[in-house]
Ligand binder design. Structure first.
Ligand code: ADP
Ligand code: MG
Length: 486
């Protein structure tokens, strides 16, 4: 399967293969099979009902809201929504699982197939999904070191999860992270998951193996519970290096479940991996098959918000921006709204897109805030772009204005331009004089340009821009220089 030409970068001559299993916690108010609350952070065991405690005779009742969210996800990734799917018991013993089994879906999941599409370094990628199934979360063991005891908190037991499983389609840690970010974007965009990774609402398990190009798939190890994009990349990179080292040393890889330790940057084996057969799955006799009518799917479909990829296509058509820009601008609804309002106000969509993907994104990251909290509004950005397009200020000068707007130094764009003396030099006579001075002072560069050295030309442009304190239009400087040196 999938042998053939590698489609990703090789690491020390090996091809990297990655498949993801992601547990997304659904945004229902109550649990998947009981009416207890799913709110995070309550006192232990105050949000668990008889069903969650697994008291004898307590029966699960399906939460319609969880099914609704599964349907929405399936539609968002172009998957098939099963007419009838089946809940199964996944049997294992663990103190945080008093029933002795987890209710999940096994042979017939509710969401089947589909794909997640995204860009990686400007290249379009598509990761196929195998399935997404509904299941309940387990409880939590709390280790109270100071009294030397452990307790069980069943507040999380029965929290609805949608586990999303990919084909082993990813070929590098960078691609894996890009997939995870896209999936995160989809589930938060449609509102089925709050996406809070710290609180465990979006947990990724990365299955990683390596092989020589053209060989069969290698044995995988599964890195559990990656709850930050940064650790995800580090963990996969470490795991790949470790597996290659093992193989090069003549050891076979054992299928295993491993944990990533952010302190050491290493993955550590937790247990050798069970096979499906070890869980003795069988259909849960307490729950009837989950039947979803086509009317329900259609109704959901027509009520659904515009999806990121649909919106991206629309942005390309409406504003004439590249597909890549559109995918970056649809990171969130707020980002897309900011873009559309700025583009509409300045009538220069490509410049608006450049500013959003460049300066604004850089500033948002630096301040660790999201676009909703950006101190520069869409209409301010539009005014700034209009000043550039009208030739009032250069792009470089605009960055200084932007900085003053962002830091709150001053809110009036024209006042900033005046105060900083940033008005672009439009007087050709004045500019010519400055250029003559620059040519006189840089005889060596002039000689090199005449000898055909293009780099020396850049140096002259740089000198002239410096002499005008960045107020000249670089294109005009270039033109004048060429004319004078011809
Ligand atoms: P299980 O049911 O034991 O968890 P699956 O076949 O469902 O196993 O696969 C789980 C995940 O592992 C999927 O995301 C799949 O794409 C991925 N996977 C399967 N084989 C490999 C492999 N050889 N290398 C990397 N990932 C793999
Ligand atoms: Mg699995």
């Amino acid at each position: 399967m999938q042998a053939g030409r590698p489609t990703g970068p090789l690491v020390q001559g090996y091809e990297v293969i990655i498949g993801f299993e992601t547990h997304t916690q659904l945004t229902t108010q109550s649990k998947i099979f009981s009416r207890a609350s799913t709110a995070f952070g309550a006192e232990p065991n105050t949000q668990a009902s008889a069903v969650d405690f697994a008291l004898p005779g307590a029966l699960p009742v399906m939460n319609k809201g969880a099914v609704q969210r599964a349907i929405e996800f399936g539609l968002a990734v172009n998957a098939h929504i099963a007419e009838s799917s089946v809940f199964a018991r996944k049997n294992y013993f663990y103190p945080d699982l008093p029933k002795g089994y987890q209710i999940s879906q096994f042979e017939i999941p509710v969401v089947q197939g589909g794909a997640v599409e995204f860009f990686l370094d400007g290249e379009k990628k598509s990761v196929r999904l195998v399935r997404a199934h509904l299941e309940e979360d387990a409880g939590k063991s709390l280790h109270e070191d100071f009294i030397g005891q452990s307790g069980i908190d069943l507040n999380r037991a029965g929290t609805p999860l949608l586990e999303i499983v990919t084909e082993p389609d990813m070929r590098s840690s960078a691609e894996a992270v890009a997939y995870a970010k896209e999936l995160h974007k989809i589930v938060t965009w449609i509102g089925i998951c709050d996406g809070n990774m710290q609180e465990g609402s979006f947990r990724c398990d990365a299955n990683v193996s390596v092989r020589k190009p053209g060989a069969d798939l290698g044995t995988r190890r599964e890195i559990k519970n990656l709850n930050s994009f940064k650790f995800m990349q580090q963990a996969i990179d470490y795991e790949v290096r470790w597996q290659i080292e093992q193989i090069e040393d003549g050891h076979a890889i054992q299928q295993a479940t491993v944990l990533f330790d952010p302190d050491t940057g290493e993955t550590r084996s937790m247990r050798t991996k069970e096979d499906a057969a070890d869980y003795r799955y069988f259909p849960d006799p307490d729950l009837p098959p989950l039947v979803i009518s086509r009317e329900w799917v259609e109704k959901t479909s027509s009520a659904m918000t515009e999806l990121p990829r649909v919106m991206a296509t629309r942005l390309v058509a409406a504003w004439g921006i590249p597909e890549y820009d559109a995918s970056m601008l649809t990171q969130s609804k707020a980002m897309a709204a900011y873009f559309e309002s700025a583009a509409d106000a300045c009538k220069n969509p490509k410049l608006a897109s450049n500013w959003l993907m460049g300066e604004i994104t850089r500033r948002l990251k630096g301040d660790e805030i999201s676009i909703e909290d950006a101190p520069v509004s869409a209409s301010q950005l539009a005014s700034l772009i209009r000043r550039i397009a009208d030739g009032v200020i250069s792009n470089n000068a605009a960055k200084q204005v932007f900085e003053a707007l962002w830091t709150g130094e001053e809110q009036d764009i024209d006042a900033i331009i005046d105060a900083k003396g940033l008005t672009q030099m439009s007087d050709t006579g004045e500019l010519e004089k400055i250029i003559d001075d620059v040519l006189a002072a840089n005889a060596k560069n002039v000689g090199e340009v005449k000898a055909g050295n293009a780099k020396a030309m850049n140096a002259l442009v740089g000198q002239a821009m410096k002499a005008t304190k960045g107020k000249a239009n670089p294109a005009q400087v270039n033109e004048l220089l060429k004319k004078k040196l011809a």
